[in-house]
Design a protein around this ligand. Structure first.
Ligand code: BES
Ligand code: MN
Ligand code: ZN
Length: 504
C-alpha cells in the first residue's frame, strides 16, 4: 500500500532544531502584509536555526506566494540536510485551509526532491487545530491510488512516508493532540478516496458492504448489512426498484458507534452508495459516463467518517447508513412511467430512471427515522445541476433546521470542505407534483438541485435533517496541493468535524 494510507505522523521539539536529523525541513515564508511597512518576506524559523540560516541567502530574493519555494542545502554533520523556504502567503491569511495547502505543497516538494520524509515548523504558539490541518494536508497529499496498476518499472515517484511537525517545547502537548486527530481524519478521507477510486467492476454494493464490515471489525463499530430479502421485509421498494435492472444485489449498510449513553438520540449520517450510474433506461450519454464510478462518493465519505468517529471514540452515538446499488439497463430494469411504493408509503412516479439517487435515499432516510435521531445529515452526488450552481468549490446544503445548516457551514469552513445554502420553498416542491402518484422523481431542469432536495425532504418526517449535494466536489481535477485528479474524499472531513463539534 506504500505511503497512500500509512504515512507516519508525529511532532518534535524545536529545542533541538539545529541538530535534528531530517532529510527536509520546510519553513514558511510569509508575504509582507503591506508593501510599505515591511518590505521583506519573513521566514518562520525555530530559534537556533535562524542564526544558521541568516546569511545563507539574500532575504529580498525570497518567494512568498503559496507554493513558491527556494531550497537551501546545509552542511553535512547532523541536523537538517536541506531547508525548503516555502511560500505561505500573508500571515494574516494563514488560516486552517492555507495551512492544509501549505503542508500539501511541502509533501509535493519532498516528492520532487526525492526524499521520503519531511519536518515542518509552523511558528510559535501553534494551535491544535493548525497542527491538525497541517497533518491532514500532508496525509491527503501523500495518498495515491496505485492498486490497479502493475508493479512499477522503477520510475515510480517517491512515496513520502514520514511527516513531522516541529513546535516550541511548550506547544508539544497541544501539537501531539492535533497530529493525532489530523492523522485519523486524513486516513479516513484517504480510505474514502480509495473506495471512490475503485472501478465499478471492483467496488460493487457487496464490496462496499465487505469493506465497511472489515473496517467496523478493526475499529470497534457495530455493523449490519441487509440484502434483497431483508430489504423486501423492510418494504424498501424504491431501493429495490433501482437495483432490479442489475445482476449485482443491492445492500443497505448500517454502521453504529455507541460512544454516548444508551438513551441518547444518535446523529445519523446517510451516504448515497450508487456504485455505477449508467442512468438506467433513461441512459446517460457515453462521453463522461466513466465518471459515474464516483456515484458512491457519499457512501464512501460516510464509511470513512465512521472510521474516524470510531478511532477518535467520539462520546456520542452515531449511525452511518449507506444504501448501495447499481443503476443499469436490462429487461428487468425499472422503466420511465413505473410507479413504486416507497418504504415511507408514498408512491413515486419514475419519470426519469437517471434520477435514481433520490430513490435509494428515500428509503434510507425513511429507515434512518427509525433511530429517533437528534439529526440526520445525508450526502450524495445527486445532481449535475449543483455543478452549474456552485462549481467545484462548495457543496450545496439544504435542510429543515437553520441551526443545523449553520453548524454544517461552520464545519465546512473549518475542515476546508465548504457548503453553501440553497432554499427549499414550496414553489420548488410543486415542481415534483405528479398527476398519477404522490410525487414525481424529477422536477424539470430549473433548480434541479433544489427539487431533488425537496424530494428527499418528503422522507424525513419531522426529523431535523440536512442534505449535502456533493456532485461538484466529490471528485475533480485535483488542483489543490493536497489533492490529485480523481477522488477527493469530500465530505469526510466535514462530517467528522461536525460530529466532533456536537460533542464539544
Ligand atoms: N449521479 C447523478 C448526478 C451527477 C451528475 C453526479 C454529475 C456527478 C456528476 C444523478 O444520479 C443523476 O443522474 N442526476 C440527474 C437528475 C436528472 C435526471 C433530474 C442529473 O443531474 O442530470
Ligand atoms: Mn443518475
Ligand atoms: Zn446517480
Amino acid at each position: 500500500m506504500g505511503a497512500q494510507t500509512s504515512m507516519n505522523v508525529g511532532c518534535v521539539s524545536s529545542a533541538g532544531a539545529v541538530s535534528h536529523d531530517t532529510p527536509l525541513l520546510v519553513l514558511p515564508v510569509h508575504e509582507p502584509e503591506e508593501e510599505s511597512e515591511a518590505p521583506k518576506a519573513e521566514v518562520l524559523a525555530p530559534e537556533g536555526l535562524s542564526n544558521v540560516l541568516s546569511g545563507a541567502f539574500p532575504v529580498e530574493d525570497l518567494k512568498h506566494k503559496p507554493g513558491e519555494s527556494a531550497l537551501v542545502y546545509l552542511n553535512e554533520g547532523g541536523g537538517p540536510r536541506r531547508v525548503l523556504l516555502l511560500g505561505a502567503g500573508k500571515a494574516s491569511g494563514f488560516d486552517l485551509e492555507a495551512t492544509r495547502r501549505f503542508a500539501g505543497h511541502a509533501v509535493r516538494a519532498a516528492e520532487s526532491v526525492g526524499v521520503s520524509g519531511l519536518t515542518t515548523y509552523l511558528g510559535s504558539d501553534v494551535s491544535a487545530d493548525a497542527v491538525q490541518a497541517a497533518t491532514e494536508g500532508a496525509v491527503l497529499a501523500a495518498w495515491r491510488f496505485t492498486e490497479m496498476k502493475s508493479p512499477d518499472q522503477g520510475d515510480a515517484p517517491t512515496d513520502v512516508e514520514d511527516f513531522e511537525v516541529m513546535v516550541d517545547p511548550e506547544d508539544l502537548d497541544t501539537a501531539e493532540a492535533g497530529v493525532q486527530v489530523g492523522g485519523v481524519v486524513g486516513r479516513a478521507a484517504n480510505f474514502a478516496r480509495t473506495l471512490q477510486s475503485r472501478p465499478g467492476n471492483v467496488a460493487t454494493p457487496s464490496h462496499l458492504a465487505d469493506e465497511a464490515s472489515r473496517m467496523a471489525g478493526e475499529h470497534g463499530l457495530e455493523v449490519t448489512v441487509m440484502g434483497p430479502k431483508e430489504l423486501e421485509a423492510e418494504r424498501m421498494h424504491a431501493l429495490l426498484a433501482v437495483a432490479q435492472g442489475s445482476e449485482e444485489e443491492p445492500r443497505l449498510i448500517v454502521l453504529r458507534h455507541n460512544g454516548g449513553s444508551d438513551d441518547e438520540a444518535p446523529l445519523v449520517l446517510v451516504g448515497k452508495g450508487l456504485t455505477f450510474d449508467a442512468g438506467g433506461i433513461s441512459i446517460k450519454p457515453a462521453s463522461g459516463m466513466e465518471e459515474m464510478i464516483f456515484d458512491m462518493s457519499g457512501g464512501a465519505a460516510v464509511i470513512g467518517a465512521m472510521q474516524a468517529i470510531g478511532e477518535l471514540n467520539v462520546p456520542l452515538n452515531v449511525v452511518g447508513i449507506v444504501p448501495s446499488s447499481e443503476n443499469l439497463l436490462s429487461g428487468r430494469a425499472m422503466k420511465p412511467g413505473d410507479i413504486i411504493r416507497s418504504r415511507e408509503g408514498k408512491t413515486i412516479e419514475v419519470v426519469n430512471t437517471d434520477a435514481e439517487g433520490r430513490l435509494i435515499l428515500a428509503d434510507a432516510l425513511s429507515y434512518a427515522q427509525g433511530f429517533d435521531p437528534a439529526a440526520i445529515v445525508d450526502c450524495a452526488t445527486l445532481t449535475g445541476s449543483v455543478v452549474i450552481a456552485l462549481g467545484h468549490h462548495a457543496a450545496a446544503v439544504f435542510g429543515t433546521d437553520e441551526e443545523l445548516i449553520g453548524e454544517l457551514r461552520e464545519a465546512g469552513d473549518r475542515s476546508g470542505e465548504r457548503c453553501w445554502p440553497l432554499p427549499l420553498w414550496d414553489d420548488y416542491r410543486r415542481q415534483i407534483d405528479s398527476s398519477v402518484a404522490d410525487l414525481a422523481n424529477v422536477g424539470g431542469r430549473p433548480g434541479g438541485s433544489i427539487t431533488a432536495a425537496c424530494f428527499l425532504r418528503e422522507f424525513v418526517g419531522e426529523c431535523r435533517w440536512a442534505h449535502l449535494d456533493i456532485a461538484g466536489t466529490a471528485y475533480g481535477e485535483g488542483k489543490l496541493s493536497y489533492q490529485r485528479k480523481g477522488a477527493s474524499g469530500f465530505p469526510t472531513r466535514l462530517l467528522v468535524d461536525w460530529v466532533r463539534s456536537r460533542a464539544r
